[in-house]
Write a protein that binds this ligand. Structure first.
Ligand SMILES: [Zn+2]
Length: 236
């Protein structure tokens, strides 16, 4: 086997490692983004709960005011009641007081329901806030760890790239270019063996002419069909 094939095989192994490490890095980055988005959704939900709390409180305050105004009205009516001599007016006012008292009682019921809603919503809000705090801490830890991993992998990739250059320097320009072309096209096996007169990359038969060229070992030989770099093993 000539030196070119040997070097190309080493390069292919290094490229495979680089590609694996790059995929790992991309995965980690995506995982960070995904988790950040999830936390953002949870934050939005908790914020919504907070808005609910505020609007419930506002409704209660409003009904409290209505209740106070009803109470004052009833007090006023009761004072008026003392000064009325006329029986008919007295009955009319009594009936008005009765209707105000009914309003008041309805408001009191509504306020009680709202208060209980406020209480349960507040409990949920506190629970969510507590959970969110834990999630935020977990995410921080995860991001720190992932970034640490990414940094480590970056250094490994950098070192592999330097190895690539070292090996590539040994190759002639044509071989270098073809190898780079295949690698840049995301080809995982830029160099493939010819087995039983067929390209092991695309399974197409290799012509006798190409085979002879390959056996002479002088020129870079490509598969006519998939353009991968061909090589023969020693036993051929
Ligand atoms: Zn092929």
């Amino acid at each position: 086997m000539n030196e070119r094939v040997d070097v190309l095989k080493r390069l292919q192994i290094i490229q495979k490692k680089i590609s694996e490490k790059t995929s790992f890095k991309d995965l980690q980055t995506k995982e960070i983004e995904k988790n950040k988005a999830l936390l953002q959704e949870k934050r939005a939900l908790t914020e919504k709960k907070h808005e609910q709390l505020k609007s419930l409180q506002k409704e209660i305050d409003k009904k409290d005011l209505d209740l106070k105004s009803d109470e004052e009205q009833i007090k006023k009516f009761n004072v008026q009641l003392n000064s009325i001599k006329n029986n008919k007016e007295y009955t009319a006012l009594r009936s008005e007081i009765g209707s105000k008292e009914a309003d008041k009682s309805l408001l009191e019921d509504e306020i009680l329901i709202l208060m209980s809603q406020l209480e349960s919503t507040n409990e949920e809000y506190l629970k969510e806030t507590e959970k969110l705090k834990g999630d935020e801490e977990n995410l921080d830890e995860f991001v720190q760890r992932a970034n640490c991993d990414i940094q480590k992998v970056d250094a490994e990739i950098e070192s592999l790239r330097r190895d690539t250059l070292k090996y590539a320097d040994i190759l002639d320009e044509e071989t270098q270019n073809q190898f780079n072309r295949l690698t840049n096209a995301n080809e995982k096996s830029p160099i493939v063996e010819v087995i039983d007169n067929a390209c092991n990359g695309c399974s197409m038969n290799i012509s006798l002419q190409t085979l002879n060229l390959l056996m002479s070992g002088k020129n870079l030989t490509l598969c006519p069909s998939c353009q991968r770099i061909l090589f023969l093993n020693d036993h051929h």
